[in-house]
Design a protein around this ligand. Structure first.
Ligand code: B4P
Length: 200
């Protein structure tokens, strides 16, 4: 299995790039943001609980998100690999993911981190808010809170994977295609390394 994490602050292009990566490399896309929004649309109890956090720009509790990922991994047990988008967002989520993957005798191969300035993020999300109908994208103070939560709770996850030697930073500003090219090159290199290791 080949598993990667697309990491970065809110609005850095994780969702945008994930769609292109899964098309190109045949991985299963697991976006916790999309899964949570689907629960909200379906008006499930989980969705109702998650909405209270998401509307304020806060993170949904770890146990809710980890449970969701666990059942998705079960559902796609024959997958060639996974692309995790927007997950893990806390060190507790990263530790839980390592455990879940090791039970399946697999692991994270690489973490690709998109780097974008705060001002560019705010600009992108406010623009998306004009058309997306997403309540967390329309108010600048909620967007700034999401960024503050990222700095406090999610940035330590980068340290966690740096210690494992899996982290690579990619410039997240420029055209969507330029960024996709940089991400693809890094994924291809990692896939080749993994293949030559398993052949030896
Ligand atoms: P997510 O759905 O993960 O989304 P996001 O962080 O808002 O955005 P993303 O980085 O995917 O940006 P996108 O490509 O869309 O999270 C939403 C909320 O869900 C969180 O705040 C949290 O409450 C909750 N949640 C999710 N996962 C969780 C977890 N694991 N634990 C706890 N809570 C969780 O790009 C944004 C915009 O930029 C788009 O309009 C796009 O068109 C534009 N864009 C993209 N690339 C561009 C480029 N190169 N140049 C210009 N614009 C670009």
């Amino acid at each position: 299995m080949f598993n990667i994490i697309l990491f970065g602050p809110p609005g850095s292009g994780k969702g945008t790039q994930s769609e292109k990566i899964v098309d190109q490399f045949g991985l299963v896309h697991l976006s916790t943001g999309n899964l949570l929004r689907q629960e909200i649309t379906d008006k499930t109890p989980l969705g109702m609980e998650a909405r209270n956090f998401m509307d304020k720009g806060q993170l949904v509790p770890d146990e809710v998100v980890i449970g969701m990922i666990d059942s998705c991994l079960e559902k796609h047990s024959a997958a060639k690999g996974f692309l995790f988008d927007g997950f893990p967002r806390t060190v507790a989520q990263a530790e839980a993911l390592d455990k879940l993957l090791s039970l399946k005798k697999t692991a994270i191969s690489k973490v690709l981190a998109l780097e974008v300035t705060e001002e560019e993020l705010v600009k992108r999300l406010l623009k998306r808010g004009e058309t997306s109908g997403r309540s967390d994208d329309t108010n600048e103070s909620i967007i700034r809170n999401r960024y503050a939560v990222y700095k406090k709770e999610t940035e330590p996850v980068a340290q966690y994977y740096t210690q494992q030697g899996k982290m690579e930073v990619i410039k997240g500003e420029g055209s969507v295609d330029e960024i996709f090219d940089a991400l693809s090159k890094s994924i291809e290199t990692e896939m080749e390394e993994q293949q030559s290791l398993s052949a030896s």
